[in-house]
Design a protein around this ligand. Structure first.
Ligand code: GTP
Ligand code: MG
Length: 201
């Protein structure tokens, strides 16, 4: 699947204001700074479609991007940014949860995990919460350029081992680098396949 057109549609903090045309959407979630916005730019081949920053906590709203006039990529705020005030953290948590639990068009949620780190409690808890709420999700290991291939493979293997303690079957897993632009085809083909299945059903 190839992206021929990517268009910013709306940013907001109210899920009622999200697009109502029912088109399938694919959202990106994960800790602040994990690379959600950068990945959207890499997938769409636009440098500045989604706003990125080296300072965590850049994305504060739900951002919809219409792709090929047919489906959406959604950039969400990150969770777990400790420098935010308690009130701000609560507000963002509520927004994310409200979006995930109520958005019927949410076709797959991509949970981004920084490939450099050992499994973090906050991500594992979030993934467990998705399971309890029966939210379809896949995992993307980001920033693959930041470590050697052997370390990358070791980290991913140990992450999968950890997930197997919780899950009978592993979710689909992808490895990307927004910097080196790797993993793009795998993620887009996965989305393309789901879109084709929806169209044929
Ligand atoms: P919030 O919106 O704050 O939650 O962050 P985010 O998850 O959207 O992260 P963002 O895309 O803004 O990227 C955070 C920082 O990581 C930026 O400095 C990016 O340049 C950097 N970054 C993102 N992806 C990659 C990657 O694949 N490789 C490298 N080397 N850096 C990356
Ligand atoms: Mg962001």
């Amino acid at each position: 699947m190839e992206i021929t057109e990517a268009q910013f549609v709306i940013s907001n903090s109210d899920i009622k204001k999200c697009p109502q045309d029912g088109k399938p959407e694919y959202a990106f979630i994960g800790r602040s700074n994990v690379g959600k916005s950068s990945l959207i730019n890499m997938l769409t081949r636009h440098n500045k479609l989604a706003m990125t920053s080296s300072t965590p906590g850049k994305t504060l709203l739900i951002n919809h991007f219409l792709i090929n006039r047919n489906w959406y990529l959604v950039d969400l705020p990150g969770y777990g940014y400790a420098q935010r005030s308690k009130k701000q953290q609560e507000k963002i948590k509520k927004l994310i949860e409200e979006y995930i639990l109520n958005r019927l068009q949410l076709t797959c949620l991509f949970v981004l995990i920084d490939s450099r780190h050992a499994p973090q409690e906050i991500d594992l808890k979030f993934i467990e919460w998705l399971g309890k709420n029966e939210i379809p999700f896949a995992i993307i290991f980001t920033k693959a350029d930041k470590l050697s291939n052997s370390k990358l493979q070791a980290n991913i293997t140990s992450y999968k081992e950890r997930l197997k303690q919780q899950w009978e079957e592993l979710p689909p897993c992808f490895v990307t680098s927004a910097e080196k632009k790797t993993g793009r085809k795998d993620v887009l083909d996965y989305i393309g396949q789901i879109n084709a299945d929806i169209q044929n059903s």
